[in-house]
Design a protein around this ligand. Structure first.
Ligand SMILES: [Zn+2]
Length: 320
């Protein structure tokens, strides 16, 4: 069992010490705009009465992945972080710049490919550096919330590092509709945390720049499952029950064989049978329909919602 020597007597961030039974909002200054405006990242710390695990809950590493920001915001409003044991460090929106410019990136660079970062690097690189130095050094594990890209809607799912047994255990506890291992990507946040022995779960739900109620709810539910498991929140908090997470062992995007107008006939998250019609690609000016069929039995774990498709575009992500 993952539960080992958690002993958060206090966490220290930017010189602020937050002891047991203390809550605090710290604003970490990151940069100034060319106009001189100071950009700060708000970080909430909720430390319980009793020592326990310290968890990082991080939204908006990609600035346009708004479901991550919304689910963390909603948990703040719902007072879900009434922590009795252990500590949560909550970052509602890491990439303020991407959020403002409706972009995944920070000044044209992906923070999630900028680790370990450096003190004097680009903004993305500095962000990565301070995230590791100020926050990750305090935590036992973390949840990094994401969404699919533009128009690519991920059915709520958790991805974890195969080499990390604790991450699999956390993924099982989170209990998203789907869970699967994901390779460590060089210079990514999860990869850097793995090197520091900090398991990271990546929750994915919905698509960028669109709020998706199911993804938000599943993200909150999974987070509460984690907090409950480590006895961090009261037993009175009601968590909606759901079916056990389906473990996906293989997954592949199905690509469009022709270009045209694309529409689906199944729903994201559906279980499908080999040969079943999943959608149509229609000749834009004519009557011809090209049927998109399931190449094998599986589960739809993501759908491309874009209606105008080019040959080779990824349209359905199917897991088995
Ligand atoms: Zn992302």
């Amino acid at each position: 069992m993952f539960e080992t020597n958690f002993k958060n007597e206090f966490v220290e961030i930017r010189g602020h010490k937050i002891g047991l039974n203390e809550n605090k909002l710290i604003k970490i200054p990151i940069d100034r705009l060319p106009t001189g405006t100071l950009i700060e990242i708000p970080v909430y710390i909720f430390n319980g009465k009793e020592a326990g695990p310290t968890i990082l809950l991080q939204g908006g590493l990609h600035g346009d992945e708004v479901n991550s920001v919304e689910l963390i915001r909603r948990m703040l409003i719902d007072k879900s972080y009434k922590i009795q044991r252990g500590c949560v460090i909550v970052v509602p929106l890491l990439n303020v710049f991407g959020f403002l410019s409706l972009s995944r990136d920070m000044h044209g660079k992906d923070v999630n490919r900028s680790f370990p970062g450096s003190k004097r690097g680009s903004l993305a690189s500095r962000m990565a550096y301070y995230l590791m130095k100020e926050l990750v050094q305090n935590v036992d594990f973390g949840i990094d919330y994401h969404t699919g890209g533009e128009q690519r809607c991920n059915y709520p799912q958790v991805r974890y590092t195969a080499e990390d047994k604790n991450a699999k255990e956390l993924a099982t506890i989170f209990n998203a509709p789907y869970m699967f291992t994901s390779k460590l990507i060089s210079k990514s946040f999860r990869n850097e945390c793995y090197k520091h022995n900090v398991p990271i779960l990546v929750f994915e739900g919905g698509e960028s720049l669109r709020l998706d109620e199911l993804s938000i709810k599943k993200g909150i539910q999974g987070t509460l499952n984690i907090l409950r498991n480590f006895n961090m929140i009261s037993k009175d908090v009601i968590i909606q029950k759901s079916d056990l997470s389906i473990e996906i062992t293989k997954h592949k995007w199905i690509r469009a064989k022709i270009a045209g107008l694309f529409s689906t006939v199944i729903a994201n998250g559906d279980k499908v049978k080999k040969g079943q019609t999943l959608g149509y690609i229609m000749d834009t000016y004519g009557e011809t329909h090209f049927l998109v069929k399931a190449p094998y039995d599986g589960y739809i774990i993501a759908i491309n919602n874009f209606p105008i498709i080019n040959m080779g575009d990824a349209i359905f992500h199917i897991g088995t």
